[in-house]
Every structure is written in C-alpha cells, then in structure tokens.
Design a binder for this molecule. Structure first.
Ligand code: NI
Length: 169
C-alpha cells in the first residue's frame, strides 16, 4: 500500500528511532509498503519515519526498481567502515524540490538485518554509499539540510514556510 510521504518539518523526522525488535509478518508488510511508497515517489531510499513510523528501518534501491536484486532492507543498520570523500547534490522525498551539496564518504560499509532478521554486511560506493549515509541519518533524526551551511538551511526553512502558507506544501 502506498503511504503518503511525511514532509519536513514534521517532528517524527527529527526523532531518533527505536531499534526493530520484532521480525514478524507486520514488519514484512511495513517493508513492502515502504518499497511501494518509495517507487511511487521515484526515490532511491526511504526511512520508516518518512511514512510516519518511528522505527530504525530503511529501504534502498539505487536502480529505482530496475533490478530486484538491488532491493536492500536496512533494519538496525550501522556503519562499520567508511573511507574517502564525495561531494554531490542530494535531495530527500521529505523535502521535495530542494537539493544541496553534501560531503559524504565515497565508500561505506554497512551492517544491518533484513526483514527476516538475518544479518548482512555490504560495502557500497558512489550513490549507494551516499544512500547508506542519508537513510541512516534519517534514523537519528538528521536530514540532509542539517549538513548544509546555516545560511542555506535557513533559506530552505523560509521557502518551506512560504509554501506552507500558500497551501502548496
Ligand atoms: Ni531523505
């Protein structure tokens, strides 16, 4: 089921999430809904708080549905290693229309559990490394705009407020 994406500045996006403890049918359903909602919004990653669920859970597919093997479920993810630097433009489904350059590592190794609770570990580079960092940030209440200069962040905040007032957000 496609869920509406929660937009900034919803409080749920600023909260640290509790760990996933129960790997049951309900969790699998939530994961399916997250993939469906992410594909509908044409995103490469989605964290549970973005559909209003405060839970340490995210999904990523950098092929946007083209390769089923690229579907990653990140329950209780942790970055175990990172190296290098990349500075690319980044956006977020919770901040539609806004982008900014964010410094991230070029290589990121993540350890997480899948929807069945099985542990996996993977090294990602480029866009995948960036997606790992972006989605894990979400699980700690951090958005990409938190990595921008205060000036740029305030500009985005003001534009969002204007859009809200105009009923366009
Ligand atoms: Ni995001």
């Amino acid at each position: 089921m496609i869920q509406p994406i929660v937009k900034f500045p919803a409080p749920v996006l600023a909260q640290e999430t509790p760990r996933v403890e129960k790997f049951d049918e309900e969790l699998e359903k939530l994961v399916d809904n997250m993939f469906e909602s992410m594909y509908a919004a044409e995103g490469v990653g989605l964290a549970a708080p973005q559909i209003g669920r405060s839970l340490r859970l995210a999904v990523i597919d950098v092929t946007v549905g083209k390769n089923p093997e690229a579907r990653l479920v990140l329950a209780n993810p942790e970055i175990t290693h990172f190296e290098g630097e990349q500075r690319e433009e980044e956006g977020c489904l919770s901040l539609p229309g806004f982008r900014g350059h964010v410094l991230r590592p070029s290589f990121v190794t993540v350890r997480a559990q899948n929807a069945k609770g099985e542990e996996w570990e993977m090294r990602g580079e480029g866009l995948l490394a960036r997606a790992f960092c972006h989605e894990i940030d979400h699980l700690y209440g951090v958005l990409f705009i938190n990595h921008l200069s205060m000036l740029k962040r305030d500009l985005i905040r003001r534009r969002v407020r204007k859009l809200q007032k105009a009923g366009e957000w």
